[in-house]
Structures are given as C-alpha cells and as structure tokens.
Design a protein around this ligand. Structure first.
Ligand code: FES
Ligand code: FES
Length: 163
C-alpha cells in the first residue's frame, strides 16, 4: 500500500514508460515500483519482497533489467522504462510471453511479469547460452510455485528461435 503523502514534500517529475511520457507529483522517496503501480496504474509489475530479493518487480531501464523496488522514480526521469505492459505489440504477445504459455512457465502468475522481463533481458545479454547459464542469470527471480523447469524451457525456446 502506498504510504500517506505529505503535500509539502511533493515534486513534479516525468517518467517515460512504454514509450509514453507521463507527468507525476510524488514525494522524492517514492520507488520506481510504487510510481508504476500506485501512481501510473501499471500493476503488471509486481511487489513481492520490496527489498530486492525476489525479482517480481523487474523492469527494463534503457534495456537493462533492474529491481524497480530498489530504484527511486525521481532518478529515472531521463530514461526509457519498459514494463510488462510494454512488451506486446497490440494483440500480439512478445515471443517470451508466448513461450511462457507454451512451456507452462507459470502457475499463480505472480512472479511471471518479472520472470518474463528478466528472461527477455537474459537472452538479449547473451546469458541464455545454456540452461545452467539461464538458471544462474535468472537466479534473482524467485518463483514460489516452482515453475523453474518451464521458465528455463521458455527462455531456451526464445533463444533458439533467435538463432
Ligand atoms: S519486489 Fe523488488 S525484488 Fe522483490
Ligand atoms: S508462478 Fe506462482 S510464484 Fe511463480
């Protein structure tokens, strides 16, 4: 839940999220995760631990994956931020989204947006050359349902499709 705001401490800022620049009035201490979820209504990005341990809040900043719970929104005004809502092209799912469905990489789905954002970045980084490497470089994304085999298969299939 968002903490109560003190109007005296609010600042104006802009965030470019999924290609759209949005204006916000926030306390400077608001995390990027809370700005996305509580202030921009982009609830695809999930809050698990809120302390950098689970990866549920993974988003891309300038193409690099980060834990948005550990970032201050105010520090990312010059950046391109992508959330899970920004992956699909209209009705067409991103290949990683489709692969998670095809390979049953989810059960409850709570960790899934973060897993998918991390999986996309993992392939882009070249860190999905083997299943072992994928597991290592996705180890910051925790799944309480234990869907790791399906997740690894999904990431492998996207990496193989990209050649
Ligand atoms: S909510 Fe950010 S790492 Fe867990
Ligand atoms: S699918 Fe339930 S936590 Fe991962």
């Amino acid at each position: 839940m968002a903490e109560q705001e003190n109007p005296a401490e609010l600042v104006d800022l802009k965030l470019r999220v999924n290609g759209v620049t949005r204006s916000l009035r926030l306390e400077p201490r608001v995390s990027l995760l809370d700005a996305l979820r509580e202030h921009l209504g982009l609830t695809g990005t999930k809050k698990g631990c809120n302390q950098g341990a689970c990866g549920a809040c993974t988003v891309h900043v300038n193409g690099v994956r980060i834990n948005s719970c550990l970032a201050l929104a105010i520090m990312h005004q010059q950046d391109d931020i992508t959330t899970i809502e920004g992956l699909a092209q209209g009705e067409a799912l991103h290949p990683m989204q489709q692969a998670f469905i095809d390979h049953e990489g989810l059960q409850c789905g709570y960790c899934t947006p973060g897993q998918i954002m991390s999986g996309v970045a993992c392939v882009r980084e070249g860190h999905a050359q083997s299943d072992a490497q994928t597991r290592e470089w996705m180890s910051g994304n925790v799944c309480r349902c234990g869907c790791y085999n399906g997740i690894v298969e999904a990431v492998r299939s996207v990496r193989e499709a990209q050649g």
